[in-house]
Design a protein around this ligand. Structure first.
Ligand SMILES: [Fe+2]
Length: 250
């Protein structure tokens, strides 16, 4: 389990990032003054893993998700996961690697790499979760996604029922619509698990950790899941994740 976010840790990371940035800036300024090429300072390059801004305003998912929930979730929890990855890949073979590369490369979960794997999964999953929602979401599925889903589940309602059942599993985790060997599948991963490790292509995810909904719904998790499916889910994003042949053939 990941511990709850503690402000002092964020402040500590922010301060360290500031000091690092300041040190790098000073080095570059020194290089410019001395005429040394900037490539000499390549070791100062930042991680390829970055903190993604929300794709919509914090209050734009109300009344189904409050600005307060989204702010704490994105700016505190998610920021910590990204900072943890950035900190752990420093001076390692993953210093310039993407989250996907880190997740797949550390999936054995051994020794020092285990914590990096967990943090990388959480950073990736959350980034995908922000994109899986939008203001005025829910509603009918776009044409290509509807055909893909209906072809496997029989109907959109049957797909949504399976997705809800996955999301309602007890404990902290993630409900997913993924492509598995090209076929749409509803799945559920616990805690810090990723469908990427199983070679699946995520299309949409719902965060079912309590921090995602407790301020707004307390113990009424089912209301949160229904609100996501009916008012927040970004079906257009899910459709955009279908591979090109899937879109073309349907
Ligand atoms: Fe979360």
């Amino acid at each position: 389990m990941i511990n709850p976010v503690h402000d002092h840790e964020n402040h500590s990371h922010t301060r360290r990032s500031f000091l690092k940035t300041t040190a790098a800036g000073t080095a570059l300024a020194t290089a410019a003054l001395s005429g040394l090429p900037r490539s000499l300072f390549a070791a100062e390059q930042k991680s390829a893993v970055t903190f993604s801004p929300l794709p919509y305003p914090e209050n734009s998912l109300e009344p189904y998700m409050s600005a307060k929930t989204l702010h704490i979730h994105h700016d505190k929890h998610y920021r910590k996961f990204v900072q943890q990855v950035q900190s752990r890949v420093k001076n390692s073979k993953y210093s310039n690697a993407s989250l996907e590369t880190i997740i797949k490369g550390t999936s054995d979960g051994i020794n020092m790499e285990e914590a990096l794997h967990l943090m990388a999964v959480l950073a990736w999953n959350h980034d995908f979760y922000w994109k899986s929602m939008k203001p005025k979401g829910g509603g009918p599925l776009p044409n290509q996604l509807e055909k893909t889903v209906t072809g496997t589940f029989g109907s959109v309602d049957a797909f949504k029922k399976q997705f809800k059942e996955a999301a309602m599993q007890f404990g902290s985790g993630w409900a997913w619509l993924v492509l598995d060997k090209g076929k749409p599948v509803v799945t559920y991963t616990r805690y810090h698990d990723s469908p990427l490790v199983a070679g699946q292509q995520p299309l949409l995810t719902l965060d079912t950790w309590e921090h995602a909904y407790y301020l707004d719904y307390q113990d009424r998790k089912e209301e949160y899941v229904d609100a996501f499916i009916n008012h927040l889910a970004n079906w257009s994003f899910a459709e955009s994740m279908l591979p090109a042949p899937e879109k073309k053939d349907k």
